[in-house]
Design a binder for this molecule. Structure first.
Ligand SMILES: [Zn+2]
Length: 383
């Protein structure tokens, strides 16, 4: 083997090959000296093997890192998805829980009989849509049972309210009143329109409210209907309504009311809620007259009083003392002349006195769904 002298123009393969020239290794074990020769081929094979191993492990490492970073990205995605699921679930659960609470409060108000239109319209539950997020949707399905129970209760209440409305309306029609006369009474302005405009209200609860409101208007309006006796005595008619022989002129004349006899000073009570229109001496024959305006074009008149106890403009309740029986004006003895007038026309008061107390009391403010009983209503029922 010649001594290797590198020159600039030697090719790379030659350099490479020359690098692996055979090498001698001497081993001395203390006694003898041994010589081994490692050929160029073997050296090349070993180095190539090592290089191949290094390349392979580098490739494998890169592949592993790539695979791992793919996993990390997927995991990051999953975590993000889980985070958004959890957020959606939290929102959905909060919304549903709030809705259930609102519905409970609304139903509670309605069932305790403390309902007013204002209060109910403020408590009207909001509508809640099913969440877009599938997991959140699945989670709030757990509220399904409570939801169904509330809706069933609302539906039952709506049916009961509707039936009661129909019964009241039929009752009014039997008395000769168009229910529309009372419907318009409380419907103008105020909380009703606000509630009707609440588009985000739970539709079934809005329906319940609408029906309740119609009943409430009817019952509030119907409080203007005279439905009690003006005197506490077992009624002693001395003269009925209609054409009769005039006790003063002796000729036939229209009697616009009824005459109820009783001792001088017998208490006279208002037969419906209203405002005193007149409390005055009337020279046309009524003598001491009290006239009450009950709204809806309904009036009552109380004539021949010995004493008037209320003043014009004063608000009175059904059953409130308004005067004492007398014999003033065109009267032949102590009695009350009682009139019921509708739209300025006198009608027979008897049907307004002959209603069984329970029936007419039912026409007035009821205890449960319709709200508090009108003051004086109970007193009217007891007479
Ligand atoms: Zn009379």
């Amino acid at each position: 083997m010649t001594t290797f002298v590198p020159t600039a123009n030697q090719s790379l393969s030659v350099k490479f090959r020359n690098f692996f020239k055979p090498r001698d290794i001497f081993l001395h074990d203390g006694k003898s000296l041994r010589r081994f020769t490692i050929g160029a081929r073997l050296q090349m094979a070993v180095v190539s093997g090592i290089v191949a191993l290094l390349i392979w492990s580098l490739v494998a490492t890169i592949a592993a890192i790539n695979a791992m970073s793919g996993d990390v990205a997927r995991m990051q995605q999953q975590v993000a998805q889980m985070q958004s699921d959890v957020d959606a679930m939290r929102v959905a659960v909060r919304e549903r829980a709030t809705q259930l609470e609102q519905r409970t409060a609304f139903l509670d108000t309605m069932l305790t009989g403390e309902a007013t239109a204002t209060r109910l319209s403020q408590q009207l539950p909001r509508n809640v849509e099913t969440p877009d997020n599938a997991r959140a949707a699945a989670m709030v399905e757990g509220f399904g049972r409570a939801d169904a129970m509330q809706l069933a209760l609302a539906e039952r209440l709506e049916t009961m309210t509707r039936q009661r409305y129909n019964a009241r309306a039929a009752e009014l029609r039997r008395r000769g009143f168009d229910p529309a006369r009372f419907q318009a009474y409380t419907g103008q302005g105020g909380p009703y329109e606000a509630a009707a405009a609440a588009d985000d209200a739970d539709p079934r609860f809005r329906q319940l409210f609408t029906t309740w409101r119609a009943l409430d208007q009817l019952e509030t309006g119907a409080a203007s209907i005279p439905s009690a006796r003006p005197i506490n005595l077992s009624v002693n008619f001395t003269s009925g309504y209609g054409v009769r022989s005039d006790p003063f002129r002796g000729s036939a004349a229209m009697h616009a009311g009824i005459d109820l006899a009783g001792p001088l000073g017998t208490p006279i009570y208002a037969t419906a809620d209203g405002i005193v229109g007149r409390s005055e001496w009337n020279s046309g024959g009524y003598g001491n007259l009290v006239e009450l305006n009950h709204g809806q074009g309904i009036q009552t008149r109380y004539g021949h009083l010995s004493q008037r106890i209320v003043q014009a403009g004063q608000r009175v309740r059904r059953g409130q003392l308004i005067g004492l029986m007398g014999s003033t004006g065109r009267s032949t003895g102590s009695h009350l002349h009682y009139e019921v007038r509708i739209d300025g026309r006198a009608v027979n008061p008897i049907p307004f006195m002959q209603q069984p107390a329970s029936t007419m009391a039912a026409l007035q403010r009821p205890a449960a769904i319709g709200g508090p009983a009108a003051p004086g209503g109970a007193a009217a029922g007891s007479r």
